[in-house]
Design a protein around this ligand. Structure first.
Ligand SMILES: Cc1cc2nc3c(=O)[nH]c(=O)nc-3n(C[C@H](O)[C@H](O)[C@H](O)COP(=O)(O)O)c2cc1C
Length: 205
């Protein structure tokens, strides 16, 4: 089994990284491979609505997005951790996720998603909701914890003092592992849910 982790922070050793580390320990102790991608200070531009991915099968703006889409295709679950900037996930991670999910040319159904938001003080719940929306539009069940997955801290590593936030990250990882394993068994026994041709009415009647 494999989990793709995306750390949206420009600080690759900041507080988001610490929450992801906590989850990583659970996964690796259970034999789950973890692939970590750091947005870091990379120059990631947003989706330009060119529709090129529909033709080419991958994001035509390139960068790391096509490789990440392949990583996502072969993963059983993904976790995104983002710092809160002005009560939202930071801009780079949103630019990346817009392009990744728009261009992902694979069956995302039943891959398990989770997200963490880290802030000094406020905006974690709003950011958590934004991140989870990438999953809920793609038939991806969400692994939850014992709170709305947040961590608090400002300076690098301050989140290590947030015992509840760290513990919650461990709960999320264990629940995610349980879901991924259950889904693997369910797929073997029942297969993926039936599908149908997707209607896109754009509110035009
Ligand atoms: C541009 C910017 C905007 C921020 N906005 C918020 C905010 O709205 N609410 C908050 O509590 N913290 C805010 N912060 C603080 C970060 O969320 C906090 O330092 C967090 O720990 C960063 O995570 P990281 O160490 O993984 O980068 C902001 C920081 C920056 C640089």
């Amino acid at each position: 089994m494999k989990v793709l982790m995306i750390n949206g922070s420009p600080r690759t050793d900041g507080n988001c990284a610490r929450l992801l580390d906590e989850a990583t320990q659970i996964f690796t102790s259970e034999g789950v491979e973890v692939v970590r991608y750091d947005v870091g200070t990379k120059d990631i531009r947003g989706c330009i609505a060119c529709g090129g991915c529909a033709q080419k099968g991958e994001c035509v703006l390139g960068g790391d997005v096509p490789a990440l889409a392949k990583e996502l295709a072969s993963s059983d679950g993904m976790i995104v951790a983002s710092p809160v900037y002005y009560a939202s996930p930071n801009g780079s991670v949103i630019a990346l996720l817009d392009r990744l999910f728009m261009s992902a040319n694979c069956d995302l159904r039943m891959k398990v998603g989770a997200s963490f938001a880290v802030a000094r003080r406020a905006g974690t719940v709003a950011s958590f909701d934004v991140l989870n929306k990438y999953y809920t539009i793609n038939q991806m069940p969400i692994a939850s914890g014992r709170y709305w997955n947040n961590g608090f801290g400002r300076g690098k590593g301050e989140v290590l003092g947030d015992e509840e936030g760290l513990q919650n990250a461990r709960f999320v990882a264990r629940n995610m592992l349980f879901l991924m394993r259950s889904i693997a068994l369910g797929k073997e026994k029942y297969g993926l849910p039936n599908t149908e041709t997707v209607k896109r009415t754009n509110y035009i009647r």
